[in-house]
Design a protein around this ligand. Structure first.
Ligand code: DGJ
Length: 702
């Protein structure tokens, strides 16, 4: 809902529990008023009428207060917008007007959008604010429309978020690297700037584009105020968290890492920034996560009301050494285990018998699949499963038909080395002929066989991003992402029953932008069930289990560490998200297969609760005993893991959350009846013992 002040210069957006307010001053300065608990328009107007920022010698009065600090004039903070023409640099905007959708004088709970229009010498700048019905997430983005002379956009952030004055702020972030993504770390914020981002052309394994801040380090998992921001962009990006000299905190973020040139805007051209979404919650880190999850299930992830199937993926079992017969054998085993979707990973196309050749040639390898993919697809369907394939469309091996035909279709700088990583180069997706080639290849591929699922991979970062002949600043960093989104959108529209998975060497492309176009994401190439607990703990801070793919693979772990773990531990770890199986099933014995079958059966029973329920992190993985809980419509699932038992001490009971204290709950494992108040205050015993033990506890409200 959007409310507008009497003089048309104060605006208040409100969701179910929070509000966001802003005010236009006499000099057309747009200042922040409020972001926090839900307030009334009269409160926002009182804030607007209150004392303005104080003057302090050598400081700019507007700093730390503006909604979208531009460059130029009395400002010393990092500008969200920086533009230049051959004559001048910076922005001096005038307010032109505003529009709202969802303005509601009755104070309803529906969504609403506010657009504020400014202009500066032919450059139109529109700031967008939107709250979706029933959600507390504020979505912000900016449109630049150039009706003046050619303009260089050095920086165009999506939003600047202003936090209220508090004595101290703590920053939470998700950091990592390949096979170690999305690990949560919290640190005290100090004066200056903390910058996270990616200059790699994709979201990156190093940081998820999300931060959370809590005041005075007071928030706990279930209590306290938490502010969070997440960027919907799958290319190069930056989020800067600044603590200013007066201790005010602002968070600025958007596409592009450096300030040296995002793109050129020709007369008549526009640029729309990605969405930077913000959320205030007073339910602690857990409450904030649940609000993010609900928002993504309602407004970001396609068809999130439908459960994702249990998949099998052959990568860890076969790597590049694949054949149709071997895939059929794996498929038979997968079907017996209860798998619902069988995915052939890398190695089925072109001359792809190793990572040295074939990327770019999206037709089945004739030695491996003489009849194409159709016979295997039909066979998999005949076994009662859906059929999926792996692709990596944005890349090319120099040893490929595509590269031999079009060596200039890659990103490169004239006269410079073309850096190969994993023996591959990045296609220049900003070129229309490349987009068209990929569309034709992929559309033909999806039409050539009964394919229900595409795992879309991206296995190297940009290094030589150049487009010979194009004027600087070149748009290819931004246009690559738009072309990727465009391709996915077009393929989804043409093949509406095909689901997509976002993968980038594991979790190198996880963000709200790609999640709006894919059905699930590959969380990490690390399938070790113990390491995964920490990775999943981090992932769950912002993204829901419904999108988090997790596989059960072989023991000892073949990819990373040789760790030995029970099937029970591996399954319960992977059941915390969208369950998959990725081990070499042809080597699993009858007993293992039978056990796997019963775990898959159990997962199917709890799946609606795990994938669509409210998630409570009961205990974090670092303590040795960890647990998560999911609640949906009176159904409760607890997954618990014990890393190692010490001194024979029994594992502590796990206190549950989100239950009705006055209700009774039946444990489906034991038939015992538990009182809600007891489960909440005293907890439930997990019975975990020894090393790497795990348990599933199901409760149903009576
Ligand atoms: C990286 C992915 O993360 C793996 O799962 C697998 O698909 C390989 N690429 C294949 O090359």
């Amino acid at each position: 809902m959007v409310e507008i002040g009497a003089d048309g210069r104060t605006w208040l957006l409100s969701g179910p529990t929070s509000s966001y307010g802003l005010r236009l001053g006499d000099e057309d300065e747009l200042v922040h008023l409020h972001w926090g608990p839900r307030i009334e328009l009269a409160d926002a107007e009182a804030l607007a009428a209150g004392p303005g920022p104080e003057y302090w010698a050598f400081e700019a009065t507007l700093d730390g207060h503006e909604e979208y600090p531009v460059e130029g004039g009395p400002r010393f903070v990092r500008p969200a917008l920086s533009v230049r023409t051959p004559e001048r640099r910076g922005t001096e905007w005038r307010f032109e007007g505003y529009e709202t959708d969802g303005a509601d004088p009755e104070g309803g709970a529906g969504g609403g959008e506010l657009r504020l229009r400014f202009s500066d010498s032919g450059l139109g700048i529109t700031l967008h604010y939107r709250m979706r019905a029933g959600a507390d997430v504020v979505e912000r983005w900016v449109t630049l429309a150039n009706e003046g002379p050619v303009l260089e956009v050095l920086r165009a952030d999506s939003a600047t978020w202003t936090l209220p004055r508090r004595d101290g702020w703590r920053l939470s972030q998700l950091h990592g690297r390949w096979a170690a993504e999305s690990r949560l770390v919290r640190s005290e914020l100090t004066y200056g700037e903390k910058i996270i981002g990616s200059r790699r052309g994709h979201t990156g394994h190093q940081h998820l584009p999300w931060v959370a801040l809590d005041a005075d380090g007071t928030a706990t998992e279930e209590l306290g105020e938490v502010y969070g921001c997440a960027l919907a962009w799958s290319g190069t990006w930056r989020i800067a968290v600044a603590q200013l000299p007066d201790a005010r905190v602002q968070i600025t973020g958007g596409a592009g890492y450096d300030d040296s040139g995002l793109l050129r805007l020709e007369p008549g051209e526009s640029f729309v920034t990605p969405v930077f979404a913000g959320l205030w919650s007073d339910g602690g880190f857990g409450g904030a996560s649940r609000a993010w999850h609900a928002y993504q299930r309602a407004y970001v992830i396609p068809d999130a009301d439908q459960d994702r199937p249990v998949l099998y993926n052959s990568w860890e079992a076969t790597e590049f050494d694949i054949s149709e017969e071997q895939q059929r054998a794996l498929a038979r085993r997968a079907a017996e285990t209860g798998v619902e979707l069988f995915v052939v990973d890398d190695g089925w196309f072109g001359a792809r018998t190793s990572d040295r050749a074939g990327l770019g040639d999206w037709t089945p390898n004739p030695d491996r699949f003489p009849g194409g993919l159709e016979p295997l697809g039909d066979y998999v369907h005949g076994l009662g499963m859906r059929f999926g394939i792996w692709v990596e469309p944005e890349m090319v091996n120099p040893d490929s038909e595509l590269y031999r035909a079009h060596p200039d279709w890659v990103q490169f700088q004239p006269g410079r080395k073309r850096t190969e990583l994993r023996n591959q180069l990045v296609l220049n997706l900003a070129r229309e002929e490349v987009q068209e080639y990929l569309w034709e290849q992929l559309d033909a591929l999806l039409s050539s066989a009964p394919i229900d699922y595409v795992k879309w991979d991206f296995n190297r970062s940009f290094t030589d991003a150049g487009w010979p002949g194009e004027a600087y600043p070149q748009r290819l960093w931004v246009d690559h992402v738009h072309a990727l989104y465009g391709l996915l959108d077009r393929l989804r529209a043409a093949h509406p029953t095909v689901a997509f998975e976002s993968c980038s060497g594991g979790g190198g492309r996880i963000d709200l932008g790609i999640m709006a176009r894919t059905d699930q994401v590959w969380t990490s190439d690390n399938t070790d069930p113990l390491d995964r607990l920490a990775i999943q703990h981090g992932f769950s801070q912002v993204h829901p289990a419904r999108a988090m793919a997790a596989w059960v693979t072989d023991s000892p772990n073949t990819q990373l560490n040789g760790r030995v773990s029970s099937l029970r531990f591996r399954f319960v770890s992977a059941m915390a998200g969208v369950l998959g199986v990725g081990g070499d099933l042809t080597r699993w014995g009858e007993e293992e297969l039978a056990e796997a079958r019963s775990w898959v059966e159990l997962y199917k029973e709890i799946r609606p609760v795990v994938q669509r329920g409210d998630l409570y992190r009961l205990r974090a993985p670092e303590g040795g005993l960890s647990a998560v809980q999911y609640v949906r419509d009176g159904e409760v699932v607890v997954l618990a893991w014990l890393q190692a038992q010490h001194y024979g001490e029994p594992a502590a009971p796990v206190r549950l959350r989100g239950l009705d204290p006055s209700a009774s709950y039946e444990c489906l494992e034991t038939g015992e009846i538990h009182r809600g108040a007891v489960l909440l205050h005293h907890g439930v015993r997990t019975g975990l013992r020894g090393d790497l033990d795990a348990a599933v506890i199901r409760l149903r409200r009576r």
